[in-house]
Design a protein around this ligand. Sequence first.
Ligand code: SIN
Length: 311
Amino acid sequence: MKIDLSTTIGPNQFSNPLINAAGVWDETALELDELVASTAGGVTTKSATLEPRSGNQRPRYADVALGSINSMGLPNQGLKYYLDYVTTHDASKPIDLSIANPNPMDNLTALQMIQDSSFQGLTELNLSCPNVIGKPQIGYDLAALKQILQQAFKLFTKPLGIKLPPYFDLQQFDAVADILNQFPLTFINTINSVGNGLLVDPASERTLIEPKGGFGGIGGAYVKPVALANVHAFRSRLKPTIKIIGTGGVRNGTDVFELILCGADAVSVGTTLMQAGPQLFTKLQDELIQLMVQKHYPSLATFRNQLKAAH
Ligand code: SIN
């Protein structure tokens, strides 16, 4: 049986739905080259600020059996570095250029720089980093969310998506979707890490990471049900032109299948990529293909958003 894993987001055609989550294996040109050379369908760049940042104090990332905690604090080489990379390197697969600026006005400056460049890929505005000390996540402030989108679309005409924090209340999904449907967004990426969890080491009686007294974004298997819920809740509320990148808790091909079944157009991988490296993408594709063969699904479209309720 011939299996077609291709998918599209805006004008970008992906040979398969797998991408790295922003912030994983994507801070330097060397890491980005490894992702471009891997079997990933697309590549995301580390969320860039206008100026380079060294990020929060270490230790700022830890793995545990069920996932990870991070409070990286947006360490990155600055937008110019990533813009140079994406406009001068081999564009053999779609690029998702991520930006995240603690000061909202800087996001507009960043968008203007991208608008004025020759970059033709996707731009992902990260409105959900929980780790910038003293700054809230814009995705939880609905007035600020609407305002940044109004300002962004006044100056930006290229394909634009936003990275959202996880929502937990059905009325929040309604309210956020109402706002998003007012704009010509190309995609959302849901979810960022579950902000401000706490992991502790009972032996040393210490937190696992140092910044913010140990509070950080939780990823990995812990968050998969939250990711599935956010993808499914937004798929049933957003206009069909807004595509969804589903992120959270992917460890195997079945997890990829479940996110697509819930409505994802593409799937990005964070914690497991950090642990296993870019060869992970081949394993995930092999497992996804094996499952699709068993279930007689020749393409992603044949099962996307086909989740049925228990009875
Ligand atoms: C970070 O750099 O702190 C992680 C990025 C994010 O959570 O958006």
